[in-house]
Ligand binder design. Structure first.
Ligand SMILES: [Ca+2]
Length: 236
């Protein structure tokens, strides 16, 4: 069952890190996502490591770093496992606050698009496509299924990362209404759910996943179609 207990937050991070990078700290993908958890500029800004730059949608890392945990550059971050472990925890705390600011935690225990929603599943889903897209999925009752750039649907992460006890992150998170309003403004969430499916669902730049599972479904499908066409013609 998707809601059975799989472990604690450490186990969650182990599974997430394996899915994102094969558990390797020193890798950067071709879209500029960094390290074991494949964190981008916005995530590392939320975690307090990166100051941001004029190209927030592009992980080109042309801005300055804050120096937190001694990280002053992309290379510093890639070579500092402890900083990455600190950063992902800090980022997840921030993500959970965003989730609460949008009242998405109210979906815990419900089933959306056939997926049983848990706290850790929400965190996993937000890690894949961002909190805004997670909100779109839930608020549309699963009608909108955001995917990352390689075609991995949010439903996969919601299910795969469900069932972990992440109270280390979600426990004792309280928010004043002022802070809640501020976070809602930061997210600038558009509550109008598009009715047509002809607009791109995902908001994040394409992500490359290690292990080759992401996007391979579509790739295999295309290869399969070409093979089928080839076999039809070669028989004539
Ligand atoms: Ca940038």
């Amino acid at each position: 069952m998707s809601n059975s207990y799989k472990g604690d937050y450490k186990d969650f991070l182990k599974a997430l890190g394996y899915r994102e990078s094969g558990g390797r700290y020193d890798i950067e993908n071709s879209y500029g996502y960094l390290g074991k958890y494949q964190m981008g500029e916005m995530a590392l800004q939320d975690a307090g490591y990166y100051k941001g730059d004029s190209t927030p949608r592009k992980n080109d890392w042309i801005g300055e770093w804050t120096g937190k945990d001694g990280v002053w550059s992309k290379e510093d971050f890639l070579n500092n496992p402890q900083a990455q472990e600190n950063a992902i925890r800090e980022y997840h705390r921030k993500v959970w606050k965003y989730i609460k600011a949008l009242d998405l935690d109210e979906y815990v225990g419900k089933t959306v698009a056939g997926v049983y929603i848990t706290e850790s599943g929400l965190l996993g889903g937000a890690h894949l496509v961002g909190v805004r897209s997670l909100a779109k999925f839930l608020k549309s009752g699963g009608r909108e299924i955001p995917k990352d750039g390689y075609g991995t649907p949010i439903t996969e992460y919601l299910a795969k990362f469900s069932g972990y006890d992440i109270s280390e992150i979600t426990g004792n998170v309280s928010m004043s209404s002022e802070e809640k309003n501020k976070l809602q403004e930061e997210l600038d969430f558009n509550w109008d759910i598009p009715s047509s499916s002809d607009i791109p669902n995902y908001e994040e730049p394409p992500r490359e996943k290690d292990g080759g599972t992401s996007g391979s479904g579509i790739f295999d499908l295309i290869i399969g179609i070409f093979r089928a066409i080839f076999s039809i013609f070669s028989k004539k």
